[in-house]
Design a binder for this molecule. Structure first.
Ligand SMILES: Nc1nc2c(ncn2[C@@H]2O[C@H](COP(=O)(O)OP(=O)(O)O)[C@@H](O)[C@H]2O)c(=O)[nH]1
Ligand SMILES: [Mg+2]
Length: 332
């Protein structure tokens, strides 16, 4: 058991920025620690990461889709490919439904060999548990930590609907993995979230006709959705088989193309800003309600404060604003 007193953050931050592997594990434990003494330290660490530009170099990619679509299998194949280029890769597997601490079940499909792990791949599983701040906040904090030490950070999330919106706010590139024959397309159209993913992959192309049908269904729906999207990027629709290692290179190529496009077009910065604003708005309104938010001037104030955060991370800004709201409520 770790001591229940605040941790000295400066040396940890230094080791983290130097790419020390054990520091990554320590930092992930720290930001996941619910004890109040550690929460102060966690915040200090996140603030430290926010002011170091080199700590945000990672490109963050979300893999989302129904359970069993093959997200873990595709990631596994992709990671192997990326490793051939000696890239350092962090992976977060999020299971919103799991109450099992550590989310051990979810990580199962990621069969990373020992050599892969030594070679600079880091896998972290996260389960819902009983979290004060919700899983999305915890995932955001873990992503900030992994971004300090890796070139790529992948986040695997299960689900349709709400969780897609949450992960979309956290990642630079969103990949949707479709399960052949699952009827995802219709559900997605109804939920109006076909606009979110940057890349679509129909996995299990080895199933033949079924995968083909899903692909053309999804293609039709995308053509309808495309009329609305106008960000200069047309989401590609890819076919792949994680089982047969088919189409993996093309997924990598498209992720890299989207990374380049979004950085050059300014979409990257715009999206990170929007994500932070959504995170701050969501955290504060969850705790204090719309009325609480209005006490500090509403959403307009929020984005201004995030813009001028200076040495504070978005987490720090949220804490500061929370205190201001509490003071306002007390009539100070
Ligand atoms: N036929 C076939 N099965 C696959 C393929 N990719 C994954 N699977 C299987 O689909 C199931 C779910 O895979 P998994 O990667 O755990 O899906 P996840 O829940 O989306 O992470 C497993 O039994 C996999 O072996 C594929 O390309 N073809
Ligand atoms: Mg999985």
């Amino acid at each position: 058991m770790k001591p229940d007193k605040p941790l000295d953050v400066a040396p940890l931050l230094e080791r983290l920025l130097a790419g020390d592997r054990t520091a990554i594990a320590e930092a992930l434990n720290l930001v996941d620690d619910q004890r109040s003494a550690q929460r102060e330290s966690a915040l200090e660490l996140l603030d430290g990461l926010a002011i170091h530009k080199e700590a945000q170099r990672a490109h963050v990619v979300g893999f989302t889709g129904a359970p069993g679509a093959g997200k873990s299998s595709l990631l596994n194949a992709l990671v192997e490919t990326l490793r051939e280029h000696s890239l350092r890769i962090g992976i977060i597997a999020v299971d919103p439904s799991s109450q099992r601490s550590g989310g051990a079940l979810l990580g199962d499909r990621m069969r990373l060999s020992a050599s892969a792990r030594e070679a600079g791949i880091f896998l972290r599983s996260m389960a819902a548990r009983d979290r004060l701040g919700g899983l999305a906040d915890a995932t955001r904090a873990s992503t900030a930590v992994l971004s300090a030490g890796f070139d790529w950070v992948f986040i695997e999330t299960v689900g349709i609907g709400q969780s897609e919106c949450e992960v979309a706010q956290l990642v630079d590139t969103l990949v949707f993995v479709a399960q052949p024959g699952a009827g995802d397309t219709l559900q997605f159209m109804k939920a109006g979230i076909l606009e979110l993913p940057d890349i679509f992959v129909v996995n299990k192309s080895d199933t033949g006709a079924e995968a083909e049908r899903t692909r053309s269904e999804l293609g039709g729906a995308l053509q309808l959705a495309e009329a609305q999207a106008a960000a200069g990027w047309t989401p590609p629709l890819l076919s792949a088989s994680a089982r047969d290692r088919v189409g993996i290179d093309e997924i990598q190529t498209q992720i890299e193309a989207h990374r380049q496009h979004s950085r050059e077009s300014g979409e990257f910065a715009r999206r990170r800003e929007a994500g932070q604003l959504a995170f701050a708005t969501e955290s504060l309104s969850r705790r204090y309600g719309e009325w609480g938010l209005a006490q500090i001037g509403g959403a307009g104030t929020l984005s201004g404060r995030l813009e001028q955060a200076g040495e504070r991370s978005a987490f720090g800004v949220v804490l500061d604003l929370g205190r201001e709201i509490e003071n306002a409520l007390r009539g100070k």
